[in-house]
Design a binder for this molecule. Structure first.
Ligand SMILES: Cc1ncc(COP(=O)(O)O)c(C=O)c1O
Length: 437
């Protein structure tokens, strides 16, 4: 029993022993995704794909036609990339350089790659980052202060959402790609920023990685006439794939000058690890000295840096890779649309195939595609898409062939017919997979 004094009166209360062991709680509360672990581990989630990265890999001991990698340009297994990676690993090892860039991890190659990246995306300066996700948290954290207001697209990637959590000031969300909604939020943000003596940062994506639609950069930039704000884009899926030279979605729209901070990861078209942020030199210098996820983390290893230079060189000198990606993406999207599939508003290589069905039906679709058609792609279900909707997320790459495209369209057509006929309603197929657990 504990005692306390309030308004001059003594009162007592009991402290009940409500403490729990954290580990006991975690046994039951597995989390949003973890709740599906027992049914999905190793199959729907954490599947093991074996073999060399590319369209033809092995899953569960069987050959599958793989549409689930963001290896857009097919660079992951490009012979010149493999050679550059191997030579850099042989020359430098995987450890070098040791320490954070600021302390002991700086090299002339890191700096050289930054110059090349900055020139490619037509910005005065660029800075390498270790992982895109972590970097985005710190970019947001470094760019704004408590008085500033962030306005962001409702479908922004998790790294942006998590970066927003670090922001001590206000943030306003606008409906996905809805310019009327953005205008309204900018009005609110302007009032607040004026009151507080702060500024406004708008954040969106170049290519939205789930649905494949583009951030409406031209329209957003046009709002700069009416509002005062800085614009940052996460172009993870646009870098290397969009624009006449592959420099990104802002190049595609012709608005590079008006996108104040450009960010991309090496995890997609570059088929590597790391990423970069590009902007005015004084902004990049500011970020170099303030991004905590980079200051307090080890520098990108040399093979990643040398390997990234080779990848960048191929993006710049082999437009045929991007042309091949687009010919595969267009053939796939055209063929699926002709067969009556709904692909939403994609304008990028990302090809979402929307179907109507329940989550159990969706799992049966995936099992059938993998086990009987030898086709491997990811599935997205409620709550990422509305209830009753299933999305097969198909990622074409320059390494796919037209034969792969035809085979996939034919398989999807059969699967859709079965789905519409209610053939996936039985639990038999799920059990087939579950019995392997
Ligand atoms: C839009 C977007 N931003 C950021 C990231 C994170 O990049 P990284 O894998 O380099 O951490 C991803 C996924 O990789 C992404 O799709």
């Amino acid at each position: 029993m504990a005692a306390n004094k309030q308004n001059g009166k003594r009162f007592s209360y009991y402290i009940y022993n409500t403490m729990v062991d954290i580990f006991d709680r975690l046994k039951k509360a597995e989390g949003d995704l973890g709740q599906y672990r027992s049914k999905s581990d190793g199959y729907f989630m954490f599947p093991i794909l074996e073999g060399e990265i590319g369209p033809h890999m092995k899953f569960n001991g069987k050959e599958v036609l793989n549409w689930s990698l963001n290896n857009y340009l097919g660079l992951a297994n490009h012979p010149e990339v493999r050679k550059a990676d191997a030579e850099a690993a042989a020359q430098f090892g995987m450890a070098a350089p040791m320490g954070a860039r600021m302390m002991s991890g700086q090299t002339k190659w890191h700096i050289e790659l930054e110059h090349r990246l900055a020139a490619f995306v037509k910005r005065p300066a660029a800075y390498l980052v270790n992982f895109g996700y972590q970097a985005m948290l710190s970019i947001i954290d470094s760019l704004v202060c408590r008085k500033d207001v962030i306005v962001y697209d409702s479908e922004a990637h998790a790294c942006i959402m998590d970066g927003l959590r670090l922001h001590m000031g206000k943030r306003f969300v606008y409906q996905h790609n809805n310019m009327e909604s953005l205008r309204k939020q900018l009005e609110h943000a302007t009032t607040l920023a004026e009151e507080q003596g702060g500024g406004i940062l708008v954040i969106t994506e170049g290519v939205f990685g789930m649905a494949g639609d583009l951030g409406h950069l031209k329209d957003i930039v046009a709002l700069k006439k009416d509002f005062k704000f800085r614009l940052m884009i996460d172009d993870a899926h646009g870098f290397g794939t969009m624009g006449p030279t592959g420099a990104g979605t802002d190049e595609h729209y012709g608005v590079q000058k008006d996108v104040d901070v450009y960010f991309a990861t090496f995890a997609k078209a570059m088929a590597g690890i790391g990423g970069f942020v590009a902007s005015e030199k004084y902004i990049v210098d500011n970020l170099r000295y303030n991004m905590r996820s980079q200051i307090f983390a080890k520098s990108l290893p040399m093979p990643m840096v040398i390997g990234a230079m080779k990848r960048l060189e191929l993006i710049q000198t082999r437009p045929e890779l991007r042309e091949k990606l687009w010919s595969i993406a267009h053939a796939l999207q055209k063929g699926l649309r002709e067969e009556g599939f709904n692909l939403g508003n994609t304008e990028s290589a990302v090809t979402p195939v929307y179907l109507n069905g329940s989550v159990p039906e969706g799992t049966n679709v995936v099992v059938d595609l993998r086990e009987n058609y030898g086709i491997f792609c990811s599935i997205v279900v409620y709550p990422v898409v509305p209830k009753g909707v299933l999305m097969l997320r198909v990622i074409p790459t320059a390494a796919h062939t037209m034969e792969d495209v035809q085979r996939t369209i034919a398989a999807f057509k059969e699967v859709k017919d079965k789905l519409d006929a209610g053939k996936y309603q039985s639990e038999e197929m799920q059990n087939m997979k579950l019995s392997k657990d």
